[in-house]
Design a protein around this ligand. Structure first.
Ligand code: ADP
Ligand code: SF4
Ligand code: MG
Length: 361
């Protein structure tokens, strides 16, 4: 396993508000799933390095967008934050306390403050439960938040808050559209008045026409309840709309992170540049100056990631150094102290070079 030789990631440095304490601090988070062979005598033959040294901060009231292709480890990060998976190593500090080391009552108290909204509103709501029971379910686990006699009123209020008719409280999930179901999922996420919402691709399963409505709702709720969001997506255009900062993941690592405008206007990592080149530009004038970067090859298996830089097998800028030396996530040396838009964290040895991209044929 590579854990011993893996360089530790420096503290995330840029695009973050200097005057505030983070609500969540994730440090060098690792999740390796064992790969086994055999049915009777299970032997471990390797490990899927789903998350491999991820560090970031989340500040009160902000949205951190996390973007990357399917399989890069986004949901695993979300599950680790929610304590649904146990990390192989690393720390998750909530208001300075490492939640990976908590248990019992202390853990329960923290979990109340971090809630999740799931990707698929069709499978994440129990079809046999009424909407009222679904939204009120968290009160069964945390009865201290709402006395029994109050719950129905609270659930109706939550329905109203997410833009649904409170009279729908006795209906079942199948009586709602996809967008309405995701509103129900959001209402459930809000029931305990959390500080942090981890939203794992909350609009990916919805029609494009409905996506913006749900994103707008989430933005309104963020202001109303001073929520911090980790908003996961594979679509950079959706994340741009809602994020204050954006982190880009590739094969279990964050390869670039910074303020929204820095990432979108001055990406310094070739993978981010490629992802951005795939975002449709509505203006035909602007489009003709945008070069589409086509990445060659498939994403390598996280059970056997490339040596050095994990992106090197698909990177058009790759050279010898990339094979032998893993780039750290840090502000590129040339931009350090400049405060310019390129001065944000990037895990590329040649991040300061101007992007020289292959033209689309
Ligand atoms: N419980 C598990 N056991 C084994 N491998 C897993 C498990 N969960 C996720 N993985 C693997 O970890 C990698 C990252 O998965 P995931 O976090 O779901 O990615 P994403 O959400 O970005 O699509 C994938 O290769 C996936 O197959
Ligand atoms: S370190 Fe090398 S392979 Fe990795 S992104 Fe930079 S140029 Fe490409
Ligand atoms: Mg996922």
């Amino acid at each position: 396993m590579t854990t011993a030789s893996r360089p530790t990631t420096p503290e995330p440095s840029d695009g973050r508000p200097a005057d505030r304490e983070p609500i969540l601090q994730v440090r060098d988070l690792v999740k390796h799933f064992p790969l086994t062979q055999g049915i009777v005598f299970k032997r471990q033959v390797g490990a899927v390095q789903a998350v491999d040294g991820v560090s970031f901060d989340l500040f009160p009231g902000e949205t951190l967008g996390i973007v990357g292709e399917s399989g890069c480890g986004k949901s695993t990060v979300a599950k680790l934050l929610m304590n649904l998976e146990e990390p192989t190593s690393g720390e998750i500090l909530y208001r300075g306390e490492d939640i990976t080391k908590l248990s019992g009552r202390a853990l329960k108290a923290v979990r109340r403050n971090i809630q999740m909204v799931f990707q698929d509103p069709y499978t994440s709501l129990n079809p046999r439960m009424t909407v009222g029971d679904i939204i009120g379910e968290p009160y069964e686990i945390h009865p201290e938040v709402a006395p029994k006699g109050d719950r129905r009123k609270r659930v109706q209020e939550l329905l109203d808050v997410v833009g649904l008719n409170p009279e729908y409280i006795n209906r079942y999930p199948h009586q709602f559209s996809g967008g309405q179901r995701q509103r129900i999922g959001i209402a459930r996420g809000l029931a305990l008045r959390p500080e942090v919402i981890v939203a794992d691709e909350p609009v990916s399963a919805l029609d494009v026409s409905v996506q913006a409505q749900v994103v707008n709702l989430m933005e309104r709720l963020q202001d109303e309840f001073n929520l911090s969001y980790m908003f996961i997506a594979h679509d950079l255009s959706i994340v741009r709309h809602i994020s204050d900062r954006v982190g880009v993941m590739y094969l279990g690592k964050i390869v670039e992170v910074g303020a929204d405008a820095e990432i979108y206007e001055h990406p310094t990592h070739p993978y981010t540049q490629a992802l951005l080149s795939a975002v449709p530009v509505p203006d035909p004038e602007a489009r003709q100056y945008r070069e589409r970067i086509i990445l060659s090859g498939d994403v390598p298996s996280p059970a056997n990631p490339p040596s050095g830089c994990r992106f090197r097998t698909r990177c058009w800028k790759a050279r010898e150094r990339c094979v032998v030396e893993e780039p750290l996530l840090a502000v590129p040396e040339a931009f350090r102290g400049t405060g310019g838009p390129a001065a944000h964290d990037s895990a590329c040895h040649f991040a300061e070079e101007k992007p020289v991209v292959p033209r689309e044929r």
